[in-house]
Ligand binder design. Structure first.
Ligand SMILES: *Cc1c(COP(=O)(O)O)cnc(C)c1O
Length: 380
């Protein structure tokens, strides 16, 4: 069938896009497979849910007829204190995904390129293509390196040129779970021209070892071209509410706010964010559970003859040593949703979110059944 006439007017970048593939929702698998008891370890959500105080905070949101506070005054004040920055340095987003879109909208276009790593977060190429901007995809670290599949920032620095308007760095990275060695990001910033924006996407910051974390306050003070993004979707367990934020020089925040929808954060999300931030005990419990279960799962995958990348996040990239699609399907059939990585050009890998101990046991049992039918050592 011929495309409708208006397709002619759609820029090539958008025509070439395939919509983002989210992890399969639990209800969809129930419908598809008729499996009642489904667990989802596919989207790096917090298996503990969120702080109980969040549920309390959103019970009485006030009038739903009134628009939310478009400036997010109260949440920004709390975030400013939390990060020791000024409220003018904060940009609130409908998820941190929103921040990535703002940057793309302001800085990317024909002749204004984006740079990101091979095997990096899927939204970077999407946001770039939607702006009809060129992309430079820097090859990841080689598969036999200690930091296999991780970002190669030396490669980034070599590939920088006048036309690069935005550099996206995910640290830790999704879907690989890799994290930059301490000091490497700061060294990279020294190489970046002042006209080039660097986005340091720290969606998984809480899960990485403290000694590997870049000193973002020092970096923000020195580099007005740096945007650090954080999210409430992962450690805080608020993915459903869509809340994230950026930290930057006030002038960069001002530009980003020019393309922000006036009310991009709803009232419930704003209230939830404040309550979540106040409960750092929940964050600590989530980090502890993740650390414990992540290393248990890592060992369990190795014991089953699978490869695993060292993860600094709340998921593991598991190397099945062959096409992972049949294993993915086998797990789905038993009610366990994980994430295939073929769309990240890693077709032998599955990305598996670290769940609760019970969920992880269930995953391993299902995996044993699948692998017994098709052992890891057999070429499919
Ligand atoms: C999950 C994730 C995000 C953010 O998601 P939001 O829900 O939009 O905040 C951002 N970057 C990376 C690398 C992620 O994995």
């Amino acid at each position: 069938m011929a495309e409708p006439a208006y397709f002619d007017r759609v820029p090539a970048g958008i025509r070439g896009l395939a919509p983002y593939q989210p992890g399969m929702p639990i209800d969809e698998l129930r419908r598809r497979m008729g499996v009642a008891d489904v667990i989802k370890l596919a989207s790096n959500e917090n298996p503990l849910g969120c702080s109980a105080s969040v549920h309390e905070a959103i019970r009485h949101p006030g009038s739903l007829a009134l628009y939310p506070d478009g400036g997010g005054f109260a949440l920004k004040a709390k975030l400013a204190a939390f990060h020791d920055v000024s409220p003018e340095q904060i940009t609130l987003g409908n998820g941190s995904n929103d921040l990535l879109e703002f940057v793309a909208r302001v800085f990317l276009g024909p002749g204004r390129a984006a740079m990101y790593s091979q095997h990096a977060f899927a939204v970077y190429p999407l946001a770039t293509a939607a702006q009809n901007a060129p992309a430079i995809e820097v090859p990841a670290r080689p598969a036999d390196a200690a930091d296999a599949y991780g970002h190669d920032l030396e490669g980034f620095a070599r590939a920088l040129n006048e036309d690069v308007a935005v550099v996206f760095v995910a640290n830790p990275n999704n879907p690989t779970g890799t994290c930059l060695p301490a000091g490497q990001f700061a060294a990279f910033m020294q190489e970046v021209p002042a006209k080039t924006i660097v986005v340091l996407d720290e969606a998984y910051w809480d899960y990485q070892a403290p000694e590997t974390r870049p000193d973002i306050n020092a970096l923000l003070a020195r580099y007005p071209n740096l945007l650090v993004t954080r999210t409430f979707s992962k450690i805080y367990g608020l993915a459903a509410l869509r809340l994230g934020y950026g930290l930057s020089h006030p002038d960069l925040a001002d530009l980003l706010n020019r393309v922000r929808q006036p009310f991009n954060n709803n009232t419930l999300a704003l209230l939830a964010g404040e309550a979540a931030l106040d409960d750092q005990a929940f964050v600590e419990a989530s980090v502890a559970l993740n650390a414990r279960e992540r290393s248990r799962l890592h060992e369990a995958f190795l014991a089953r003859g699978l490869g695993v990348l060292d993860s600094h996040a709340n998921f593991l990239a598991v190397d099945c040593g062959r096409d992972a699609a049949p294993i993915h399907q086998g797990l789905l059939a038993s009610g366990v949703i994980v994430r295939p990585m073929a769309s990240y050009a890693m077709p032998h890998f599955l990305r598996i979110t670290v769940g609760t101990a019970e969920q992880n046991d269930r995953l391993l049992q299902a995996l044993d059944v699948v692998l017994a039918k098709a052992p890891a050592s057999t070429e499919a």
